[in-house]
Design a protein around this ligand. Sequence first.
Ligand code: SF4
Length: 231
Amino acid sequence: MPHDPPYLLDNLPVTFSVDDVMRHMRMSPQDADLRRGVERVVEIARAVARPRALYAVRYVEQREGDRLCIGGMWFESRVLRINLGEVQRVFPYVATCGRELEEAPLPADDFMAPYVMDAVKMAALGAAAGQLFDHLRARFGLGETTKLSPGRLDDWPLPAQAPLFELLGDVEGQLGVRLSDSFLMFPVKSVSGLLFPTEASFESCRLCPREACPNRHAEYDEAAVREYGLA
Ligand code: SF4
């Protein structure tokens, strides 16, 4: 079955600020010395940054137990199957801070500059992903949505990146994001997944036992792990 081509959002405004970057570094915005160093790197970054995103509209075509055929690609995940319910339309996506930030020249006299640039990339990625999700909700009139990403849970491991990228066509050519043989994305500051409408939002962190994760969004929930049949 022919599919609509993916949509590229390559004109995303560069919205990250010095405060955003300092927050990512867990620094006080009042620290004047550190702030000067961050401002210098943010200025360099803002001149070259091109955060962008790619998404497609695809449909669930078959369901077999915990296996789902979406846009001609098979995925196996109980968490995905349960959260999708009877939903038919899904939005595979990749968003990235962009290669330009990987290649930006840094001040040689500032040993903190690489760490600051790392936080800039996080802020740029957060801004790109946020704008992508806002765009999808506005364009397709979505209410509550859920996002699931390969590799977050053992239930949907990283190799699912391969069919996910297939749904988006030439991701490297269009977006500059390369998928390695071990299914990692480069630039590293990229995110991928499926977004779809749901009645109740879902956070993978509830089913993830990883301790001391700095990116945790929700408490680990043993009852939910049992409900999903993952215990
Ligand atoms: S707790 Fe951390 S590793 Fe686990 S799903 Fe959440 S963000 Fe990912």
